[in-house]
Design a protein around this ligand. Structure first.
Ligand code: ATP
Ligand code: MG
Length: 189
């Protein structure tokens, strides 16, 4: 007989909040990724459909905790913003090549902070390291790309999403579960 606690554990999903590129931006990211790959030794391309920018990684999340983080996201007030992806970098320890904004828009900091704080309030254990917004383009690259020949990309951000991550034999698969719009800043009281 399964206990409620065991049910809770077995139904836990691996969740994260993210910014999800639309098809046009995804295509531009793919072009950029492929240009960088051509100048790199080895490495694995992040599949086109997996390209994203993590806002807050929640990890294993049970049903009640998921309801809590969704309710938390429902009441987030954050304006839409423009993200300029104009910086490339390489982290040698995880061996990932990424693209990121050189400048973090205030609204992105507000949004990520609200999600982190709200998720912690729901019992999620978030990464204690400072948040670094980035989109991973390649993994398992033993050294940084030699030449970075990608134009800066402009991302008008007007929504964020909750994603489920599943490890499948053929690789990680992400499913967008829900999305929330970002609006103009409210001028009400
Ligand atoms: P895999 O782990 O199979 O290589 P992945 O890293 O893309 O694939 P997840 O581990 O589910 O898939 O991570 C989903 C997203 O959350 C990725 O953007 C990942 O960088 C980020 N992430 C994962 N773990 C953490 C963490 N502890 N803190 C912050 N972000 C994380
Ligand atoms: Mg991972």
């Amino acid at each position: 007989m399964s206990t409620p606690e065991r049910e809770h554990v077995s139904s836990a999903e691996r969740l994260f909040f993210a910014l999800w590129p639309d098809d046009a931006l995804r295509q531009q990211l793919v072009q950029c990724r492929d240009t960088l790959a051509a100048d790199s030794d080895g490495g694995r391309l992040v599949p086109a459909e997996n390209l994203h920018l993590t806002l807050a990684f929640l990890g294993r999340t049970g049903i009640r905790q998921r309801a809590c983080v969704e309710a938390m996201a429902d009441v987030i007030k954050c304006s839409a913003f423009e993200l300029q992806l104009n910086r490339f970098g390489y982290w040698p320890r995880p061996q990932v090549l990424w693209i990121a904004p050189l400048e973090m828009p205030e609204a992105l900091i507000t949004l990520a902070t609200a999600l982190h704080t709200g998720a912690e309030g729901c019992g999620s254990k978030l990464d204690a390291r400072p948040y670094r917004a980035h989109i991973t383009l390649m993994r398992k690259l033993t050294q940084a790309a030699q030449d970075v020949d990608c134009p800066p990309l402009i991302w008008p951000v007007d929504r964020f999403v909750l994603v489920r991550s599943r490890a499948l034999p053929q690789g990680v698969k992400y499913e967008v579960l829900r999305e929330w719009g970002l609006g103009e800043e409210s001028f009400e009281g």
